[in-house]
Ligand binder design. Structure first.
Ligand code: FMN
Length: 322
């Protein structure tokens, strides 16, 4: 068990086998498993999700009241966040020996119903499920300095495989030229964002200053583009298409990559500034090549530190159908 103090009680979850109410009712089991879904990362920690429990199934609903209209008018990052919560839920099911049966957009008349997860037949958890599940409570977005050490090729390969397994692609930036060009795009994106008062207001409402607290490997607070230029491993998560299904896949892939990274002792944070501007997104595509759609930019490395971010308690995001 990982013990943390209020207001971070949501992180006080059990990761040991044996705590799961294996002989309990389906609703009890799902309540237990949903606590892990609420620990997923989300844009500005908006936690834009609700869960509706009915019988042996739970429906994940996108909570549009927590959308960021200025930064995320298409709800792309909202659905990526929902996808991350969905992946945590699926993983928790499998780790407890239950198949994760998912039906996407189960109610055509209710587009905010993103996925329905059914308690499935018993399965034997894979070793990777155990590894990733154990990383849920330890994963953080860590924005402090990183060591200069780059993750080993085997670790990078595992992160790429994690993204692929969920239908996305993790492009790791290897050339110095590409890294510099991306750093320049980040600088440009940051300038646009700083000049946009509406965006700034929205950001400070949700993120309360947690976004721009990066520092360099040498401990000096600096600009996001400088961080990109000096980051040990810069990676872009991409999807083949750019529709709601792709955003949900990107979120599931993100969660899997981040948990795999955490399991390997690798910390991650985000440098997404160019993705909020269509012109800069196009230029990012040109830099990394290929025809896929960039969804998130990640900075990965070792020895960053972060306190756990707050979470809404499960009771606040759970509806129980009659
Ligand atoms: C789609 C998405 C976009 C994000 N964008 C940023 C970002 O631009 N900058 C940043 O510092 N963190 C970003 N984050 C990380 C969130 O701020 C973080 O997940 C949230 O504050 C909860 O903290 P935790 O990840 O430590 O649990 C993003 C997360 C998601 C899922």
């Amino acid at each position: 068990m990982v013990t943390v103090s209020a207001p971070h009680a949501a992180w006080d979850v059990h990761t040991a086998a044996g705590d799961f109410p294996a002989d309990g009712l389906a609703a009890e089991q799902l309540r237990f498993l949903l606590r892990y879904a609420t620990l997923a990362p989300s844009v500005h920690n908006t936690q834009p999700w609700r869960f509706r429990l009915a019988g042996e199934a739970v429906t994940l609903l996108a909570d549009r009241s927590r959308q960021l209209p200025a930064a995320d008018p298409e709800a792309r990052e909202l659905l990526i966040s929902c996808g991350a919560a969905l992946y945590h839920l699926r993983l928790a099911l499998r780790r407890h020996g239950l198949r994760d049966d998912v039906c996407y957009w189960p109610e055509p008349a209710e587009p905010e119903a993103v996925a329905r997860v059914q308690l499935g037949e018993p399965v034997t958890p894979a070793a990777e499920d155990e590894l990733l599940f154990a990383a849920i409570a330890a994963r953080r977005t860590a924005r402090t300095p990183l060591e200069e050490r780059r993750p080993a090729p085997a670790v990078v390969a595992a992160l790429r495989a994690a993204a692929r397994a969920e239908g996305a692609w993790l492009h790791t930036v290897s050339s110095e030229r590409a890294r510099r060009d991306i750093a320049a795009l980040i600088a440009e994106g940051e300038q646009y964002e700083r000049a946009d008062i509406t965006l700034q207001r929205e950001r400070s409402r949700w993120a309360a200053g947690s976004i721009l607290t990066f520092a360099t490997a040498h401990g000096i607070a600096t600009e996001p583009w400088e961080i990109a230029a000096g980051t040990p491993l810069l990676a872009v998560l991409e999807t083949e298409g750019n529709h709601r299904e792709d955003w949900l896949s990107a979120g599931q892939a993100l969660a899997r990559v981040l948990l795999r990274a955490a399991a390997e002792g690798v910390q991650a944070s985000f440098l997404n500034q160019p993705l909020h501007h269509s012109g800069l997104r196009g230029r990012l595509r040109d830099i990394i090549g290929g025809s896929d759609h960039p969804q998130l930019i990640l900075r990965l490395g070792y020895r960053a530190h972060a306190e756990p971010a707050t979470r809404r308690p499960l009771a606040e995001v759970l509806e129980v159908a009659d």
